[in-house]
Structure formats: C-alpha cells, structure tokens
Design a protein around this ligand. Structure first.
Ligand code: ZN
Length: 888
C-alpha cells in the first residue's frame, strides 16, 4: 500500500488508490511491548523481530514504520544505537534500509494520553487508560508497520500505579505479573495468534469485573469477564447472556469455536464507534453494553445483543481471517453484519429484523448512493479511511453477502464459508478471495456478481407482467439500470437475485412452472436477472395473478412498478411474505403521502382517502399478526425516506403532509388505538423477549397516535404512563411523544426526568436526544442552550451524537429550516470539533453533503457553509475529504 503521508508541497491530503497496493517489504513475526502508563507521558518500549517478505515485489525495499504524534526517544538495531543519519524520519513514518532477516529493532517512544481527544491510539476515559487502533490508531502508540497485512505475535507488559490502576488488561492470556517497590505493579499478556496492529488493545483502570464461563462444544472452558466502572455493576447481566448466546450460535450455525482461554469486554464512556473486536479484549462504548430494565430500552437491549454478537463473530470473520488492506473493509464488516443480522433473526423475530434492516438501508444507504460521497462496497480510492466506515461498506456489504446466500442457498453458503475459513485462516485476504471460496464450494461462476463490490449506486429494477388467459401464461419482464455516481458514469449490468411469488385472488401462492420446465416446482422462485432486460414466462397459471416481487428484499435495489392502490391494499392484507406485506403498506402510504405533498405544494385542501384509513384499521385489529409487525406496518415512512422519493426535496411540504396523515389516522382510528393501548396493559415485571417487546412497541405506537388527537384523555394516559411505569422503554416512549407537543407538562416532565437520572450518563444521552428530535419550532434554540448544560461535553462522542447528531441527522424539518440557521449551527460545531475529534467532525459534516437534492435557496445556504469550512486552514484530512467531495 502507498504511504499515507501528506503531500508536503501542498496542504491537500493525498488520495490513496487500491490499484497502488503493494505487499510490505518486511514482515514482523514477533513484537514485545512495554508500557509505563502515566496520563501525562507514557513511555512505550517495543522490540520487533523482522524479516524480508518473500512475497514483496522487490527485494530491496525499506522497512516502513508508521508513526504519528510520537516523540522518538531512542532507536537501536541489533543492540546498536542509531543516529539520525541511519534512518529517515518525518511526521508520518520512519524508514530503515538494509536490514537482515532476524534483525532486532528496539524503539522507545513517548506519548501523551491525557491530551488525546481524537480518541485514536492510547487515551484516557474517566480515569481509565484505553485504546482504539482501527483503522490506523496503532501508529499513534509506537512506530510500526501499521497495516493489516502485517500479522504479528504480540507480547505486552503493562506497568502502572497499583492503587489507581489495579486492573491491567491486554490481548491473549495473562502469563506473568509482579509488584515493584515504588507502588507500581505489572502484568504480561501473550497473544498466541498473529494479528494486525489494528486489533491491539490495552486497558488499565479501577474496574469492577463480573465473571462467567462458557463450555465450548469440544469441551474447553472459556472464562468470560466484563469490566465496568463500579457504579455500573448491576448492568452486566444482559451483555453476558448475549455473549453466551453468540458463542453458542456461532458453533451451531458456522461450526466456529472460540480459541483463547479468556474473553473480555470492557465498557468505556468515551468512544468514537459502537465497539471494537480487539483479539480477546473487546472494547465497547458503554451505551452498547450496559443495560438494566430501569435504564435501558427494548431497543438498547436489542442493540446490545446484536453488537455483542457482531464483535464476537469478528473473532473468525475479521481476526483469524483479516483484510489485506483497508479497501477490503467490507470483507470483515459486510460479512459480520450479515452474521449479526442472522443471529438477531434467529433469536428474535426474523421479519421484524428484516424490516428494520431494510429501513436503515433505504433511509441512509440509498441516500449515500445518491450523494457526492457515493462509493462502492469495495472503494477504489480514499483520503481518510475513517470516512469509509459507512452504511455502504457495512450494510450494503451485508446485503451483497446475503445475495450470495440467496443464490447458493443456506447449505451452499455454509460450504462456502467452511472453505473460506479453511483456506485463509491466519491470512490477510480480499473480497475476491471470499467470492472465490463461494464459487469453488458451489461450482458456480460469480464473475458478473463481483460488480456489486466494484460499482456504486442503487440499481433500479423495472417490472411489468402480462397475463394471457387463453394460453394461461404469465409473462414477466424485468429491466435494470443504475444511475451514474462520482467517477462511474456508465454501469455494467448486475447479477441480481429476484425472489417472487404469484398470488391467486385469495392471496395463496400459485405453483410455478417456467417455460421449458417439465412440471411445476414450488410456489416461489429466485430468478436471476443478469441482463438489462429479461423475460420470464410462467405456464399453467389458471387466473390473473398478483405479483409479489422481491420477497424478503432479496436484493438492495429500488423497484419501479405501476401498482394501483387496490393492488397494494390487497398485498398489504394478504401477502404471505411478511416483508412484502409490510412493504406494500409502506408503498401505499408513500404513494398517498406523495399525493398529499403535492396538495400541500398547491395550497389545496388536504384530504385522506377512506380506503387508506380502513386498511390501517384492519391491520390494527388483526388478531393473528405479531404485535411488532403491526407496529412496523402502522409506522409511516420516515421524512428522510420520503425525501428520497421526491425529485427535489421540499422539507416543509413533506413534514406537513406526514403530520396531517398522522393526525387524521389518530382522529379517525381513535377508539381502535385506545382499545389496543388499554388491552392487555403494561407488562410487569420487565422481560426482554420478542413477544413482550412487540406488545410494548404496539402500545407505545398507539399512545403516540392518541396524543396526536390532542385529547385530554390521551394526555392523561401519557402522564399516567410516565408516573407508573418502571421500565425505560415505556418511560422514554411516553416522554418522547410528550416532547413533540407544546404543553405545560412537557418542560415539567423533562425536568423531572433529568433530576431522576442525572447520575447516569447513558440515560442523560436519551434526554438530550429527545429534545433534539422535537418537531417544535424552537428546537434549535433549545439545542443551542443545551450545549452549555453541565451534563453536555463536546469531547464526549455520545453526547455529541445525542444532541448535535440527532438534530442534524434525525430532525429533517428543523435542521433544514429555510433561514439556514440549522446549517450555520452545524458548521460552527464541525469547526469546533475538528481540532478536538476529526472523526466526529467528519461524521457530522456529511449532513451537508446532499445539498443538491434541495431547492435553490437551501442549496445556496448549504454551499456557503461548506465553503466556510473549506476556507479554514489546517482542516483535518477527515473533514477536508467530505467537504471537498461534497462541493465537487
Ligand atoms: Zn465490525
């Protein structure tokens, strides 16, 4: 891989290209690290044993050691100290020439954890030392070939004051420890598995440990430990239970066992990401691991289970088999997201999981595909890799893996995975290697399919069907095209699995026989669309069928198809595929909302058709449906999803139309909502299972509709729920519905909630978020004043996400207010954050990157703010990349 250095001649960050990849000149078989941990200055000694890489392209390349913000205190090769003439050093790297195989390099560096606010490398969070090394944080700890294709065995010794830092952790197994006369103690950890430096971790602090164990299917006992700050000792049970579920599931589903004697999780308050899969020592954002019924919602419980699973599954898909370079990030992330989605589906409700995953994809990934930041699942260029931890690499990457599974079937997929792990255990490989294993195990050709990795953009599938009653044939024509994205004007046809069924007039799927087949086989099919236009002819179809297309969302595409409201209402009531049934309801709601949006724009009187209201009523009263599914079906498409459906985004019209529909439904279905809300009543005590979660979600959805009616009765119900409930799900649902209304109780209840929960930072994040998400007109002023609230800290990513992130990414109508104040607010925060935490600043600024989608006045306002950022000297590479690409 090319170096990551900034071009000295200009301040423009250099672009790194996949096509420039080169294997490393040297490999590092062993490294010993010694940390003398002090917040102000930590001394790091490293000892590397290197040898020439037999796979390198030339035999005379220099050893490249990356390093950023380091003080080099000493360097020796084979015991002899070097002076400055013996190496090349700049602010990105250290180069050493002419080393023999087996050369021993000893380096001493000094670093400053207590001033590290970027939260990459070694830093302090709540008086605890911790690390984050993915993607390129290890180079902020010591000089090292900080690239994933250099896999090394690590031995790590931590030295620290015993009273202040009684717990000292690193990867692998503890092998030795001792005490020193000056009050310090030390522990040595050894990781027997070679790993890239991005998987290195250490933690030191005063931590409470909850312990458990897991017996693997081959009979080994693994010790499980969760470390948290002492005040969080009651919040570990769910994470431990989830971990054991994940370990069991990976054995049952993929035949993968855990490989060390100990597995540790540490909860940290200041963390840029959700969690990190460091070998044997996962570090978690506290919000993604701590839970109790009083403080965490169902959504929190659900996410914790899924993220614990995700990080655990990385032990195989990511750690044992890792990425060759960062362009291959989706090799581990797409595959592991797919694995965690399946884990959640197996443990909870599969259709509900699928619906929520597709919602994320459509609301955020499709939007990214339509923006200047559009990129392929395997990007071919970047300036700052941190900017590519995206919904495209993660969520669309998971869809690509899911499509392979759709094409080869469950069994074939498992065979492919077995072969992949077999072939590549202990290696750093590419997405191509993954696909090649699937091909070899299943005897198929996925050459055309690989375009999903290299081409960006959301393909659009067109579908039209013709029924011939005389010949009893149904002819389906499918077409595909993909809009241009930056750097990719023209797209080649994708290989798309399209699952379908044909339904008779009672909603039953018909037996399917394609032309040329001797007899019908099954009542649903996975068609393979490979050309820009293709026809499929079904024979023996006894009546005009209703097409149920893209069942289970078998491919991440947009569907373009003429559908009458009657046909959609029929599918909403009858489709046997739960996903398609929900999708028909969403499409019907979107079509109706798009008509309302037009009415708003023409100043016409708004009206909602009765058949739409009746379809909702029927679903609400459907006794056999899973409660969680009813909740999903009755939740209207989000404002951001509707924005994606419009040629030009009119945020105010979208908001007005959607609010009108909610109010109409609330008034016309008031009694039905009330019935469902009252029956069966709240759950006591709290239980985390699919049925209880479904019940709570439906009751709380009903409550939010009831409040839209504005009735005193509804208000009383909401206040009573706030007063009597003992779980955070019901409390938060009531409070967030209430916070949408400008009633006197609003402020009173928000204050009461704050007073009750102020010692708990996770709960206070929710409090910030509720206020930032309010549709009330003065929300921006509220958010601005909360910036100076004693509980807010701009250096804490969770606080920034909860307040600033929620307002800018989750409150479309207020953020995009026509006076441009929302954009100005965001820009001020981005500039403030860029010198503190560039990763967080870059994530926020992407809210401005879709400016072309809005009216000309907003376009101008957003461009001005982007220009204001670009004019600042010394911008981080992270922010520069997003802003410059957005303006391109
Ligand atoms: Zn991951």
């Amino acid at each position: 891989m090319a170096d990551f250095a900034k071009d000295n001649a200009a301040s423009t960050p250099r672009t790194i290209y996949l096509k420039d990849y080169q294997p490393p000149a040297y490999l590092v078989d062993e490294v010993s690290l010694r940390f003398e941990l002090e917040p102000a200055t930590t001394r790091v000694n490293s000892r590397l044993v290197v040898r020439r890489n037999p796979g390198a392209e030339t035999s005379d390349g220099a050893l490249q050691l990356h390093g950023q913000n380091l003080e080099l205190a000493a360097i020796q090769v084979n015991g002899a100290a070097l002076d400055e003439a013996d190496y090349q050093l700049d602010d990105e790297q250290l180069l050493l020439d002419g080393l023999d195989d087996g050369a021993v390099i000893e380096i001493e560096t000094l670093i400053h954890p207590d001033t590290n606010t970027a939260l990459e490398g070694l830093y302090i969070s709540s008086d605890m030392f911790c690390t984050q090394c993915e993607a390129e944080g290890f180079r902020r700890i010591t000089y090292f070939p900080d690239r994933p294709d250099v896999m090394t065995r690590f031995t790590t010794t931590l030295v620290a004051d015993k009273a202040r830092y009684p717990v000292l952790l690193s990867n692998g197994n503890p092998v030795d420890q001792g005490e020193m006369e000056d009050g310090r103690h030390w522990v040595t950890w050894q990781d027997p598995f070679p790993k890239p430096s991005y998987l290195f971790a250490l933690v030191a602090g005063n931590l409470y440990c909850q312990e458990d164990s897991f017996r693997t299917r081959s009979g080994r006992n693994v010790t499980l430990k969760i470390f948290v700050e002492p005040e969080n000792r009651n919040k570990c049970d769910h994470a431990l239970a989830s971990l054991k579920q994940a370990m069991k599931w990976d054995e049952d589903t993929y035949g993968r066992e855990y490989d060390l004697d100990i597995f540790m999780i540490v909860a940290v308050n200041d963390f840029n990401m959700g969690a990190m899969e460091n070998k044997g020592l996962n570090i978690f954002n506290a919000s993604c691991v701590l839970a109790s019924p009083e403080t965490a919602t169902d959504a929190d419980y659900y996410n914790i289970q899924s993220i614990i699973g995700h990080e655990y599954f990385h032990n195989w898909s990511g750690n044992r088999v890792t990425c060759r370079d960062w362009f291959q990030l989706s090799l581990k992330e797409g595959f592991t997201v797919f694995r965690d989605q399946e884990f959640s589906s197996d443990l909870n409700s599969r259709p509900v999981k699928r619906i929520s995953d597709v919602n994320v994809l459509r609301s955020f990934q499709f939007a990214q595909d339509a923006s200047p930041m559009a990129h392929a699942v395997r990007p071919d260029a970047y300036m700052e890799i941190s900017n590519f931890y995206t919904v495209t690499v993660y969520n669309k990457g998971a869809e690509v893996v899911r499509m392979i599974c759709n094409l080869v079937g469950r069994e074939g997929f498992r065979k492919g995975c077995d072969l992949y792990f077999d072939r590549h255990d202990g290696q750093a490989v590419t997405t191509d290697d993954f696909v090649a294993a699937m091909e070899a195990a299943n005897g198929i050709d996925l050459t055309q399919f690989r375009r999903w990795y290299s081409q960006a953009g959301t393909p659009v599938i067109g579908a039209s069907g013709q029924y011939d009653a005389q010949t009893r044939t149904y002819r389906l024509t499918l077409t595909q095209q993909c809009p241009p994205t930056p750097g990719q004007e023209h797209k080649e046809a994708f290989h798309i699995p399209v699952e379908l069924a044909l339904l008779d007039s009672s909603g039953q799927p018909l037996a399917l026989q394609l032309e040329g087949e001797s007899s019908p086989a099954g009542n649903h099919r996975m068609l393979e669309l490979k050309q820009t236009s293709q026809q499929f002819e079904f024979t023996g179809i006894r009546e005009q069928p209703v097409l149920s297309l893209l069942s289970g969302f078998s491919a991440p595409v947009k569907l373009q198809m003429e559908r009458s409201d009657e046909e959609l209402a029929f599918l909403f009531a009858h489709d046997p595929d739960s996903f398609n049934r929900w999708n028909a309801g969403q499409t019907l709601a979107s079509q109706t909302l798009l008509q309302l949006i037009e009415q708003v724009q023409q100043n016409a009187t708004l009206s909602l058709q009765d058949n739409f209201v009746q379809a909702f009523r029927k679903t609400l009263q459907h006794a056999d449906l899973d409660h969680a599914l009813i909740t999903q079906a009755l939740s209207l498409p989000s404002e951001s999803y509707l924005a994606d459906q419009c040629a030009s985004v009119d945020v105010d019209a979208i908001h007005t139309a959607r609010e009108f529909m909610r109010k109409q439904l609330a008034e016309q279905l008031y009694d039905s909502f009330l019935d469902v809300y009252r029956n069966p009543g709240p759950d006591k005590p709290y239980r985390f299972d699919a049925a209880s979660m479904g019940r709570r979600s439906l009751r709380n959805l009903c409550l939010s509709y009831l409040l839209e009616s504005g009735s005193d009765e509804a208000r009383e119900l909401c206040l009573s729920q706030l007063q009597h409930t003992h779980n955070m799900t019901d409390t938060l649902a009531a409070l967030s519905s209430l916070s949408q209304h400008n009633w006197p109780e609003r402020v009173e209840q928000l204050n009461r909630f704050y007073d009750r929960w102020k010692p708990d930072p996770q709960v206070i994040d929710k409090w910030f978020s509720i206020q930032a998400g309010s549709r009330l007109p003065d929300t921006l002023q509220q958010v601005e004043s909360l910036l100076t609230h004693p509980a807010f800290r701009i250096t804490n990513p969770n606080k920034v996400r909860a307040l600033v992130g929620k307002f800018c990414m989750g409150n479309q109508v207020r953020f995009h207010s026509s006076d441009g104040e929302g954009y100005r607010f965001l820009t001020d925060r981005v500039l403030e954050l860029d010198s503190i935490n560039p990763q967080m600043a870059a994530r926020l600024v992407s809210a401005l990157s879709r400016w072309k989608r809005f009216d000309s006045e907003r376009q101008g306002l957003m461009q001005n703010e982007l220009q204001r950022i670009l004019a600042v000297t010394g911008l981080s590479r992270d922010v520069f990349e997003i802003v410059s690409k957005s303006l391109d």
